[in-house]
Design a protein around this ligand. Structure first.
Ligand code: ADP
Length: 855
């Protein structure tokens, strides 16, 4: 079968022409046979004509086999049809069979119109020819009665064939148009496909051979299309790691698609490039195939590596900054330590008023400077992301107690009441960073004290129920409420910013650096909580914050319930502060007491009288030392007289000016006391003492910050590179029975320790030659080797960061005292460690006391 090269004739048309020509050839042969068998007039002429028509038809038939003739198929068909119909008409007319001529004519008009895809003009030419012949026939044979239906048939054939060709040509024009559009869109798609910046490939799944790739694929792999098509990725060695390839196909098999699959590919030149492949499995011609789009990410990877390197550099810089800050902190705090310490010492010497004022101003400003340095260091650490929160178990109630202890004196000095209430459903044992929680509370309560002139400051701790609370976690809400100056609405949002202070008069009146809340906010956020404030200018502020803690697995067992000494007992509480009355009432009622609270002196005696008459007298009275400026000591004496010998009285002292209050306590003959702020443990202890067997209670009570020192004389080794600090500590211990040997570096300290006999070592951490951590390790090693008893070592450091504290404790120190060192704190630590140090040597490596850090 010859292929059709001409675009103008299709296979179907060719076959139709061929069949038509063959039929006509047969018809002409039949005509010849007729002429031969039945001789008619002019048969020679007719025979010649039929022979000519036969030749034309045979030539037309032959032309269908000659491809070069294809472009002229319409002309050939027209000539062949015209001559063929002419010969038929002539033969028919000669034989006087007009119907035959008519039928042939009709067929010659209808058949090509039905079969050939030629334009209407060509059909019109054929129709015109046939119509002309028909007119000729009618003229030659003359009019006949059957003419009208024949005319109708001819005209109908002309009209019908013309209509068919016209309609078909319009349809084929439309088809051609839509084909053209299809081709155009296909071309555009192809262009997009080729121009896509991503490599696109089609892989037939059963054999995993490439069936199609775009230009980008060729360019990026370096393989040409002909090298790729029909090959597998294994043959082309495209995957750098075959395990990764297996994983890729495995994902496709399981999920039918894969997105942004990270893999390394090998190019034709052997180089390896990283790329991201997305692929989907589809069916093409009934065969499962994978269409993949691959994007090289070499630049991205390089950028990522550069970013990682830049991050490393930034981290190194930040570490350097932190180290710089740590050492600067040491450098600045060490001399400040000496200045403040000396000022403290000097304040204890006889001074005239003017000298005292100067010195107090110096000390105040020194302390402000110290706070500022601490604040800046903290903020720098938080902002550089170097502050890592600890996660240790702690007792919330004990922590709150310490906060109250720390700030109680300051609040009481200003005549403010301070108290804390922890809701019963808040877990007492929590896991978190107690030091930082304490820092937050100290800052908020410190601010509240600073900005409050009269009234009270209360801390409330409640559980905060949050939907996201996981098991073993608790969100706790703290509220620090004061009755101070309050904050204007427009400043409420700004006070948490760095260095922001309400207005310039705030700074003048109250001092501060404007950093406290900024650090607090960040710490709170690090604890997974948030901080906000509600405030009314002139009425006070409440700072709220939440923090998330973990809960220890085994929750603390509640202490075995022993019957409280006040169980069922009638107890009277007299305090002007509603907060304290509520707190005491809650604590004592919790112990089973029947509590009555009063807020004025007069009511105390009235109540005692009333109870006596009811025959249900009060057995315990808790009386505040100050009730509305009245004298609580006098009141206690009168109450004692009124209530009889059986009654026990606990005087509640404020934490400022303790010495004189204790003096008055003794003068009034009151045996029991406790020191505010009110804390559950203190109340229960005081009640226990008061209701317990009678002893000389006053002398058994340890007086806070008092100078009573019953410690045995100790031989202390002090290592500090600063001569001023050595002098300062020596001055601190001047009036104590202890003897201090000072050395200026760690190496000397180790040497002196080995050659001497010391009860305690005070070790500065940053020292030349050998630092404190190293010296401590040396001393501990020496103790183990010589099987000596463990000597307490106290780290002295200006470093305020928790990891330096942890580091020194890990090196073998027992305590950590932050600089600037306060005399009371130093004496307290020395006294405690001396009391703990046992004459029996502990086993090697076992710490002598639980490690603790005092900031
Ligand atoms: P500062 O060291 O100045 O106290 P803070 O960051 O702790 O710095 O506080 C910023 C500002 O917020 C304060 O200067 C004050 O104007 C306001 N502020 C904070 N706490 C209170 C409060 N309890 N009552 C009134 N104003 C407060």
């Amino acid at each position: 079968m010859p292929t059709i090269e001409s675009p103008r004739v299709d296979e179907w048309t060719l076959r139709a022409i061929r069949a038509g020509a063959a039929l006509v050839v047969l018809a002409r042969l039949y005509n010849l046979y007729q002429l031969y068998s039945e001789p008619i007039p002019h048969s020679a002429l007719l025979t010649g004509l039929v022979l000519f028509a036969l030749l034309v038809c045979a030539a037309s038939l032959a032309a269908t086999y000659v491809p070069r003739a294809y472009p002229w198929w319409k002309e050939i068909v027209l000539v062949f049809a015209a001559l063929s119909i002419l010969s038929q008409v002539v033969v028919s007319v000669s034989s006087d069979i007009i119907e035959l001529a008519l039928v042939s004519m009709l067929m010659m008009m209808l058949i090509p119109s039905a079969l050939l895809p030629w334009p209407p003009l060509w059909q019109a030419a054929l129709n015109t020819w046939c119509l002309g012949l028909w007119i000729g026939v009618v003229v030659i044979v003359g009019r006949r009665p059957e003419d009208p239906p024949r005319w109708m048939a001819v005209i109908a054939a002309v009209a019908f064939s013309q209509l068919v060709v016209f309609l078909r040509s319009r349809q084929s024009a439309e088809l051609e148009e839509s084909n053209r559009k299809l081709r155009e869109s296909e071309t555009n798609l192809r262009k997009l496909y080729e121009a896509s910046p991503a490599s696109i490939a089609v892989v037939r799944l059963p054999e995993r051979v490439y069936t199609e790739v775009n230009g980008t694929f060729e360019r990026s792999t370096g393989h040409s299309r002909s090298e790729i098509i029909g090959k597998t990725d294994l043959e082309l060695e495209l995957w750098n790691d075959l395990k990764v390839r297996d994983r890729f196909y495995d994902i496709i098999r399981r999920h039918g698609a894969v997105e942004s699959f990270d893999a390394d590919f090998r190019l034709r030149d052997g180089s390896i490039v990283p790329a991201l492949v997305s692929a989907v499995q589809v069916e093409i011609d009934g065969t499962p195939c994978i269409i993949s789009i691959t994007r090289g990410i070499l630049r991205l990877k390089q950028a990522e590596q550069e970013l990682v390197a830049a991050r490393e550099d930034a981290l190194a810089a930040s570490r350097a900054k932190s180290e710089f800050l740590a050492s600067m902190s040491h450098e600045i705090r060490t001399p400040l330590n000496a200045v403040l310490g000396m000022a403290d010492l000097m304040l204890e010497t006889p001074l005239n008023d003017e000298q005292r004022r100067y010195l107090e101003t110096m000390a105040d400003n020194g302390n402000t400077l110290l706070e500022l340095i601490n604040g800046i260091l903290d903020l720098a650490r938080v902002e550089s992301g170097r502050l890592v929160l600890e996660s240790v178990e702690f007792d919330l109630e004990a922590l709150m107690g310490r906060v109250l202890d720390t700030l109680g004196v300051r609040a009481h000095e200003k005549g403010l009441e301070l108290g804390a209430r922890i809701a019963p459903d808040v877990p007492r044992a929590l896991i978190g960073d107690p030091l930082r929680l304490r820092q937050i509370l100290l800052n908020l309560v410190g601010n509240a004290t600073k900005f409050t002139v009269r009234g009270e400051i209360s801390i409330a701790v409640d559980p905060e129920t949050v939907a996201s609370d996981g098991p073993g976690e608790a969100m706790v809400r703290f509220a620090v409420k004061d009755t101070g100056i309050g904050i204007a609405k427009d400043q409420v949002d700004r006070i948490f910013g760095n260095f922001y202070q309400g207005d310039s008069s705030t700074t003048r009146n109250y001092g501060g650096s404007g950093l406290g809340l900024a650090i607090t906010k960040r710490l709170v956020e690090m604890m997974g909580g948030k901080i906000w404030v509600e405030s009314e200018p002139g009425l006070g502020s409440t700072f709220y914050f939440t923090a998330r803690f973990k809960l220890p697995e085994a929750t603390m067992q509640p202490a075995a319930t022993t019957l409280s000494p006040v169980d069922g007992m009638r107890v009277l509480v007299a305090d002007a502060s509603a907060m304290n009355r509520d707190l005491l009432s809650e604590i004592l009622s919790g112990e089973g007491a029947r509590v009555t609270v009063v807020n004025a002196c007069a009511s105390v005696l009235e109540e005692i009288e009333r109870a006596r008459k009811e025959n249900d007298p009060y057995r315990l009275l808790l009386i505040a030392a100050h009730i509305d400026d009245a004298d609580g000591f006098q009141l206690a004496r009168k109450a004692s007289a009124a209530a009889g010998r059986e009654v026990r009285i606990i005087e509640m002292l404020s934490s400022d000016d303790l010495t004189s209050q204790l003096q008055r306590l003794r003068e009034a003959g009151i045996r029991y006391h406790m020191v505010k702020p009110v804390k559950r443990a203190d109340v229960i202890a005081a009640v226990g003492r008061a209701m317990g067997p009678q002893t000389d209670a006053t002398s058994s009570v340890a007086i806070k910050n008092g100078a009573i020192d019953r410690t045995r004389p100790l031989h202390i080794l002090l290592a500090d590179d600063s001569g001023d600090n050595r002098a300062l500590i020596a001055a601190f211990l001047k009036d104590s029975p202890h003897k201090v040997d000072g050395v200026e570096n760690g190496a000397r300290a180790v040497e002196s320790f080995k050659n001497g006999s010391y009860d305690l070592v005070l070790m500065d951490l940053q020292m030349p030659v050998m630092d404190g951590d190293e010296a401590t390790r040396e001393i501990r090693r020496f103790e183990r080797e010589t099987r000596r008893k463990r000597t307490p070592i106290v780290a002295l450091s200006a470093a305020v960061f928790s990891e330096s504290v942890a580091q020194s404790l890990a090196a073998g120190c027992d305590e950590h005292v932050g600089k600037p060192i306060k005399r009371a704190m130093l004496l307290d630590v020395i006294q405690r460690l001396a009391a703990q140090s046992s004459p029996v040597p502990p086993a090697a490596g076992e710490p002598a006391s639980p490690s603790k850090a005092l900031a």
